[in-house]
Design a protein. Structure first.
Lengths: 284, 338
């Protein structure tokens, strides 16, 4: 279908609705947050309009630097683990009958219906000493006595991977379903074992999908603020936890806004960098 | 024995037998076409030879060695897929070198072989291009070169030319045949195009409903079809039903005998249109299709429509509605059952 370039003002009409939505639900709230981040905090009350860099200056400390570094590292970790699990899983899923695929997808979607709180408490029970999975290991003779696996970094990672996995599968699924199965067969006739064929044909052929999925899970994990608190120690708290803390419990809206703006800028630049590297490689 | 031998191979999907007790011997260096309508089991048979499907029963041997237990990637074969299945993330050269890379060949050896193969398929200097930038015919050649990179013992092609336009397809058929002749490699092509099979094959294997209906050289398949299915599938033919006492449309034809239920296959180009009463039987012209190079005359006799094809030189000069006689030499016709 050939598209005509818009000429009259009315030709832009289809843009009005999405434009309005973006403005109301994204541009305006983000602008308010941006403005608040420059406001002056009033310790007695809330905040007063001003234009100061105090909030950003306070952020530039070793403590917040470490928290930011940990948040980014955790989110990258969650993204990588999710894709490592979800990619082979989704690939095998596409080889099942249509009926089995539907059942699996429904089961995965049902995980999405659970709130972060429920997921957090379920995992904290599962990883606890008294009622946790280690009791099963003791019963099987793998451990001498039950141990508590929370709070720990691995518990936070596990919970966040569990939460993000359904999204990962749902994003990978369409691309893997569309993948031409003869690519894999061709690699096999040329002498590649099935695993080797998977690694050097299926994975590279879907490189762009994998990068997009990594970015999506990364951004998704950055926003998680309940699971680190339920499953981790204070040193495992992410920037999102601190933002919540500042905004809700310390009533320091300007500082919370400044941290949020900073987080957005850092993650946007990371995503941009990834895309840039991908494009440069593709051009070669 | 040397060569590929397929012994009583059956492949069932549930109750459906896609390939039903097929046996076939292919001597080394021969070009075989598996020909048949869609769903006849030809692709399934080819995939079993490649190891992409396991036979439900029967065995496939190459030079006496059982292939059934050997996985696809250890069979050392070359296969061209209908979709070509070129790896989109690799260049032309990397695609062709893939089988060599898997086998651990050095970079220098890979480059040398890629150059040889690119020269063979007339695409010198294309090694560094992405496959997405190639035309349909060029992709086709790259897929062929990739399959031949290791000089395989068996060269398998699944409807390799179906994506090309008619002109390019005919040219590629000739090219593929010449390539196979110069390499002397055992080649099996699956096709539903009988012209393609006639052009390329030493041995045409006509399949229908999971069984081999006839396996013979192209001219024999055309001249001496084993049954009505083969006669009808290879080229076009007129199938005339035998009536009581071995007559056709009430006429007894000298030198031809058949029982009721049999059919007489007469190729359209063997039938000539004569004046009424001068031929074997009379009929009425229903349509004349003048294609310039050939003229097809459709004649209705006893509820059946026969087609006669003639060249412009011996054009019958008849029009629709006209009564005509039809004649053909008895030795050009074949009695087929069913």
């Amino acid at each position: 279908m050939k598209r005509e370039p818009p000429r009259a003002l009315a030709d832009y009409a289809p843009l009005v609705f999405p434009g309005a939505m973006l403005t109301v639900f994204f541009v305006i709230p983000f602008s308010i947050m941006l403005a608040v981040s420059f406001f002056k905090r009033n310790p007695a009350g809330f905040y007063t309009p001003d234009f100061v860099f105090d909030n950003y200056a306070r952020f530039l400390s070793l403590f917040f630097g470490k928290v930011l570094g940990f948040s980014l590292m955790l989110s990258v970790g969650v993204a990588i683990v999710c894709v490592l699990i979800a990619f082979p899983f989704t690939y095998l899923l596409t080889k099942l009958s249509r009926r089995a695929q539907t059942l699996w997808l429904v089961a995965l979607l049902s995980v999405l219906s659970m709130s972060e709180v429920i997921i957090g408490f379920a995992w904290s029970t599962l990883l606890s000493r008294t009622a946790g999975i280690t009791n099963l290991f003791v019963w099987l003779g793998l451990l001498d006595q039950p141990v508590a696996l929370i709070p720990s970094f691995w518990a936070v990672l596990t919970g966040m991977v569990y939460q993000a996995l359904p999204y990962t599968v749902l994003v990978l699924y369409p691309a893997l379903v569309r993948l031409d199965p003869t690519l894999l067969e061709a690699a096999r006739t040329l002498g590649a074992s099935p695993i080797r064929a998977f690694l050097n044909v299926v994975v590279p052929a879907l490189r762009n999908t994998i990068v997009a999925t990594l970015i999506m899970v990364f951004v998704f994990a950055l926003g998680s603020y309940l699971l680190p608190q339920i499953l981790g120690r204070p040193q495992h708290w992410t920037l999102s936890v601190l933002i919540t803390d500042q905004a809700i419990y310390q009533s320091n809206m300007p500082f919370a806004a400044a941290m949020a703006v900073f987080l957005v800028l850092i993650s946007l630049s990371l995503v941009g960098l990834t895309l840039l590297i991908g494009r440069r490689e593709a051009a070669q | 024995m040397s060569g590929l031998s397929i012994e009583h191979v059956t492949k069932s999907f549930g109750d459906f037998k896609a390939v039903n007790d097929v046996s076939l011997d292919v001597p080394n260096g021969k070009f075989v076409c598996l020909l048949g309508p869609s769903g006849c089991g030809k692709t399934t048979l080819l995939r079993m030879i490649a190891g992409l499907e396991d036979p439900s029963s029967g065995s496939i041997r190459l030079d006496g060695a059982e292939l059934n237990a050997i996985p696809t990637h250890k069979r050392d074969l070359g296969m061209v897929f209908q979709s070509l299945a070129l790896f989109p993330h690799l260049t032309v050269g990397e695609n062709i070198a893939y089988a060599l890379r898997i086998r651990g060949a050095s970079k220098a050896d890979q480059a040398k072989r890629v150059d040889e193969l690119l020269a063979m398929i007339h695409l010198k200097g294309f090694a560094d291009r992405p496959v997405a930038k190639l035309s349909g015919g060029q992709r086709q050649r790259v897929a062929i070169a990739r399959a031949l990179a290791i000089s395989p013992k068996l060269f398998l092609l699944d409807e390799p030319l179906s994506a090309l336009d008619a002109k390019l397809r005919e040219a590629m058929q000739v090219e593929l045949r010449q390539l196979q002749q110069s390499l002397g490699i055992t080649t099996i092509v699956v096709t539903h195009d009988q012209r393609e099979a006639m052009t390329m094959a030493d041995l045409v294997v006509v399949m229908g409903q999971g069984k081999i209906r006839q396996a013979a050289p192209p001219t024999e398949i055309y001249r001496k079809p084993a049954d009505a299915f083969v006669a009808d599938f290879i080229g076009s033919t007129n199938l005339l039903p035998f009536g009581d006492g071995g007559t056709i449309f009430g006429a007894k034809i000298a030198g031809v005998s058949g029982a009721k239920g049999d059919k007489l296959s007469v190729r359209p180009e063997d039938i000539s249109v004569t004046a009424p009463g001068k031929g074997v039987f009379d009929g009425t012209v229903t349509f004349v299709r003048d294609l310039g190079g050939t003229i097809e005359t459709f004649v209705e006799i006893g509820g059946e429509t026969l087609t006669a094809v003639s060249t412009p030189r011996d054009r019958p000069h008849v029009t629709a509605g006209q009564k005509v006689g039809l004649s053909f030499p008895a030795d050009a016709s074949v009695v087929v059952s069913g």
